[in-house]
Design a protein around this ligand. Structure first.
Ligand SMILES: *Cc1c(COP(=O)(O)O)cnc(C)c1O
Length: 471
């Protein structure tokens, strides 16, 4: 089969996730056929540097034979058995032990799921169940953040703060509130009352959380959920003041902290968990993605002692779980993935070597005329594309500059994702320095080409695309 054959069949039968079906049908999909290291290959023979590690998950890179062997061996030994009805199997037990060794000291239990969304469904049920068992059944509200991503099941999208998702398929799960996100470039600068600098803005966002707690009444609030660094929202690294101020707020009230580690967990920020980087003490940590480097689907919730002890001692049966909770083959691959990360010192390498190196190289892109801000932490990064470098004003939405740049990246041989006009990266954690150089070179080339096409476009229809400011 050639590319056209694949595209025709794809168009005829396959509804893709997060996709405008009709538009994709007209355009045709890119067919990814194989991959190695940090590169994917398509059916047209292009080799493309995957600066998104698939969907933030292929942390050990493609083509790791050890993971293939772990899966194969487990498939032969025991391809499936469940963890219901007082049964389990060695891979689930060993993975639970390994996770608890890596997690903060007060987290000694894990509940397995098949994905990050299922992990957040589990979180929702666990926190409400916890408070009911504590004799506080009114503590049901969960405070989340605007533009957060917590998955695409009904609970996941309800906890998430993605307006377009809320606009489809509602009503969402009741008793979930959303507060302002700590997005300085997108919302802080120049905002009414937004403060004059990132740190005062960060403190204002924490104050907004406190105001929401007071408005709902502490006696009604079960938990606050947040990603350490927002991923899908645009690789949003909060101002340095934000997490310390949030910690201060939470310390004043008896509310559980849920830190969604689906992206930040397993080394992305240069620690095993984003919670360690920001010194948070979460009660619950949903995990997935990098847990298995994406080789097989698996997620879970790491549960702190406070919640676990109540669920265990007071709870009776917890009526929740999935057919594939702790699937033996997925668990075996996840375990091998974590063992390899430890043996190869991947997390330390991100923290001490390749993370700082990326930061230095990535920052050079801030000089580009299209770039209003270049930020990174560990191996996550973003570029804010702007129409006016002096004021930081955005291009008009209608120009779709982020999408244009993303498409040009693909043509250039680079996967960089766009969120509006924010370009984001989250490369495999095994990326080497020379590959970082290549990534930055390709990104600069794509930015140059984007600028060239924008200039050509404006010359044709004389569109005043520099006028409109951020919305
Ligand atoms: C991807 C993601 C999820 C959802 O995980 P799935 O495996 O796609 O269900 C949840 N939270 C965060 C922070 C994510 O990035």
């Amino acid at each position: 089969m050639n590319t056209r054959d694949y595209q025709d069949l794809d168009r005829a039968h396959h509804l893709h996730p997060f996709t405008d079906f009709k538009a994709l049908g007209e355009e045709g999909s890119r067919i990814v056929t194989h991959a190695e290291g940090i590169y994917i290959h398509d059916s047209e023979g292009n080799r493309i540097l995957d600066a998104m590690a698939g969907l933030w998950c292929v942390n050990l890179g493609y083509g790791r034979e050890e993971l293939v062997e772990a899966a194969t061996a487990q498939l032969r030994e025991l391809p499936y058995y469940n963890n219901f009805f007082k049964t389990t199997h060695p891979p689930a037990i060993k993975l639970a032990e390994k996770l608890v060794q890596l997690a903060p000291a007060h987290m000694n239990r894990v509940f397995f799921t098949g994905s990050g969304s299922e992990a957040n469904d589990t979180v929702l049920r666990m926190v409400r169940r916890y408070w009911a068992l504590e004799g506080k059944p009114d503590k049901q509200w969960i405070i989340a953040r605007e533009n957060a991503y917590h998955g695409s099941t009904v609970a996941g999208l309800s906890l998430g703060g993605m307006a377009p998702m809320h606009g489809q398929g509602g009503p969402t799960v009741p008793k979930i509130a959303h507060v302002r996100q700590p997005y300085w470039f997108g919302e802080g600068r120049g905002m009414q009352g937004g403060g004059s600098d990132p740190d005062s803005f960060g403190r204002e966002c924490a104050a907004a959380l406190e105001a929401e707690i007071l408005a709902l009444g502490e006696e009604n609030v079960a938990a606050f959920i947040a990603e350490p660094v927002q991923g899908a929202g645009g690789a949003i690294i909060p101002p340095a003041s934000y997490w310390p101020a949030v910690k201060e707020v939470l310390a004043r009230y008896d509310i559980l902290l849920v830190v969604d580690e689906v992206i930040c967990g397993f080394g992305r920020l240069g620690e095993w968990f984003g919670s360690v980087h920001y010194d948070l003490k979460p009660d619950l940590m949903p995990i997935a993605k990098g847990l298995s480097s994406g080789y097989l689907p698996i997620g879970g919730v790491l549960v702190g002692d406070r919640v676990a002890e109540t669920l265990i001692e007071e709870g009776g049966e917890f009526f929740h779980g999935f057919t594939y909770s702790g699937h033996p083959v997925c668990a075996a691959v996840a375990l091998k993935n974590l063992e390899l990360m430890q043996a190869e010192g991947i997390v330390e390498r991100v923290r001490d070597d390749v993370g700082p190196y990326l930061a230095e190289r990535w920052a050079t892109l801030a000089e580009h005329p299209l770039v209003g801000e270049a930020r990174s932490l560990g191996l996550i990064g973003a570029l804010e594309l702007v129409g006016d470098k002096a004021t930081g004003a955005r291009f008009p939405k209608s120009l779709g500059v982020g999408t244009l740049c993303r498409d040009i990246c693909f043509e250039t041989g680079l996967v960089m994702r766009s969120v509006g006009d924010t370009m984001i990266i989250s490369p495999p954690l095994v990326i080497r320095r020379a590959e970082v150089d290549e990534l930055v070179r390709l990104a600069r080339q794509a930015l140059d080409e984007t600028a060239r096409r924008l200039a050509a476009g404006s010359a044709v229809d004389d569109r005043p695309y520099l006028e409109e400011t951020r919305s």
